[in-house]
Each structure stands twice: as C-alpha cells, then as structure tokens.
Design a protein around this ligand. Sequence first.
Ligand SMILES: Cc1cc2nc3c(=O)[nH]c(=O)nc-3n(C[C@H](O)[C@H](O)[C@H](O)COP(=O)(O)O)c2cc1C
Length: 344
Amino acid sequence: MTLQQLLGIELPIIQAPMAGVQGSALAVAVSNAGGLGSLPCAMLGTDSMREELAAINRQTAQPYNVNFFCHEPPAASPEREARWRAALAPYYTEFGIDPDAIPVGPGRAPFRAEAADVLDDFKPAVVSFHFGLPSPELLARVRALGAKIFSSATTVDEARWLEAHGVDAIIAQGLEAGGHRGIFLSDDLTTQIGTFALLPQIVQSVKVPVIAAGGIVDAKGVAAAMALGAAAVQIGTAYLLCPEATTSAVHRAALKSEAARHTALTNLFTGRPARGIVNRLMKELGSISSAPPAFPLATAAIAPLRAKAESQGSGDFSPLWSGQNAGCKQLPAGELTRALAAAL
Ligand SMILES: Cc1cc2nc3c(=O)[nH]c(=O)nc-3n(C[C@H](O)[C@H](O)[C@H](O)COP(=O)(O)O)c2cc1C
C-alpha cells in the first residue's frame, strides 16, 4: 500500500507544518488540492488549537496533519538567563528597552495531555512530531484516536529509533531544511547531512515509508526524491510566500531578497539549532552560541527586540526561517501543491 493509499490522499505532497508562519488557511488549501495540509501547534494554546481545527473541519473533508514539538521542558536557570540577557544588553540599550520588564517565558509548549484532549474531538488522520516522540502514554492516546504517527529523523540512528517506537512513517529531514532541526538523539551537528545523502540511507535502514524533507521546491526535486525511494515529500520553505501563509512582511521581504542566499543553523532564537536567513543578530553574536538558555527559553529575551525592530521594518532580530533553497513561489497554495506533483 502506498503512503497516499494509507492516508487517503491523492498526491504525495505534504505541506510542512511551520509554527509561527501559518494556520488553518494554508493547511486547508493544500488538503483541498489533494496534498496533506498540516497545522503546526507548537505555538498555539488549546483554545487557538481548537479554533484552528474547527476552521479546517469547516473547510475541508480531506485528511490533514496536526503537528507538535515534544521536547522535555527545561528547568529554568537564572544564571543562564542572566548570561543571555547580558549578551543582549547592548541591544536593549540601543532600542530603549527595560530588560527588567521582560518576562521569562517558555515560548513553545511540548505535546501534553490538554492538547491530546483537543485531538479527541477532531481525530486528525495524521499527527506528526518534531524532536522525537512524546511519552508512551501520550503516544498511546494519539494512536487510540486512529491517527497515523509521523516524526522527523535527521540521522539513520534516529530513524531506527522512531521505527522501533512504532511510527507509521519517518520524515528524513536533510540539512538543507528550513526551521528547527528535528535532531533528538544527540546534539552533535556533525551528524547532520543533506537530504540526498540522508534519504537513501534511511530508506535502506527501515521498513516504514520515508518522507523526504529539505531543499525541495519544485516538481523535478519531488520526482528526484521519489526516485531515491521517498514515499512522499514534505515541503516547507516553498510555501512561505503563498497568500494563505501568515509569513510576516519582514520575513517575506528577506525571502525575496539576495539575503535568502545566506542561511545558517542558529540556536539564538530558541536555544535549539534551526536554519534561517543570516541577519544582524546572527552575524554579531555568532549563529551558534553558548549564550542562549536551553530550548525554548531563549525566545522570551529576544521578543521585545524583535517586536521593536519589526515595527521599524527590520528583520535584524527575527527568526527568518528558510531552507537553503528559497525558491518560494507567490502562488496560491493549492496551485503550488499541484505544480509540485506535476512531474510524477
Ligand atoms: C518557517 C518554518 C517553520 C517550521 N516549523 C516547523 C514546525 O513547527 N514543526 C515541524 O515539525 N517542522 C517545522 N519546520 C521544518 C519542516 O517540517 C521541514 O523539515 C522543512 O521545512 C523542510 O525543508 P524546506 O523548508 O527546505 O522545504 C519549519 C520549517 C520552516 C521553514
């Protein structure tokens, strides 16, 4: 049985869940076009999650994916927070921000029982995870809903681990990919390899279907991934300029500019490595730094700088997530989905 048959979708095109830059509208457009639309929930409270899922159900009868992060929330460390704020101090002065008025906050929540309660009412066809899998109890709840379970692997070891823990499909996330690395068994970035190196190795090592992600932006790229054994592709960056995405004005401008040719992994914005367009903060602090606290605690201290800079039309302090192939099309997402499948 193909992955399309397993999920009941027409095209092997999965729109990558992208927290912070999209909601239900993008997911609906992709699912209605025959792909698998995704709703990212890492930055949604349970009320917003419920509203977004209700909006999807109102606008499509097709299958869709609901996505969660599943990190272990770290203990707050006042020392690390103080070190981080000291690194940002010159910027607070530059923008006239009172650092004492900035709350310490988590930023992104992992999958939890309250989120599983919401899913009980919606029963999505697919639930996907980033950073491994949630606890066995929570995973059993998702499975009991009848949802197929996907998670990202960035190494062969992670793919084998996910298969051993019962996932229905593995997303092979190559180093080109925009946004957070799904890396979860190690923090050694030298293990991270490109999509066309990673994909065939994972295909050889597991029996479950493998979904290729990272750097794929057009029909030829989709066909190439399928030729290397992918059962489907998961595409993020290419959808960022679609009218249905909520990508900010500064992010859209960066994606359309020369700056998009320069991406790097950075842990500055959240505490975990993610690929984004190089901006002032990354240049000045170094894109991978020991200054930020553990994921996701780094976000709070940057938030006011980001807000101030964005209000002045600058992305200097924004996470401008992008893959290495910023071949974004300003097409409606349904059209883009069909175009991506045109060479199959
Ligand atoms: C803006 C942005 C946000 C992302 N947010 C998430 C997320 O919330 N959950 C997730 O599982 N993956 C997330 N990703 C990673 C994607 O799932 C996927 O691995 C990546 O987009 C594939 O590479 P590409 O961007 O080159 O297509 C994000 C990617 C981008 C570009």
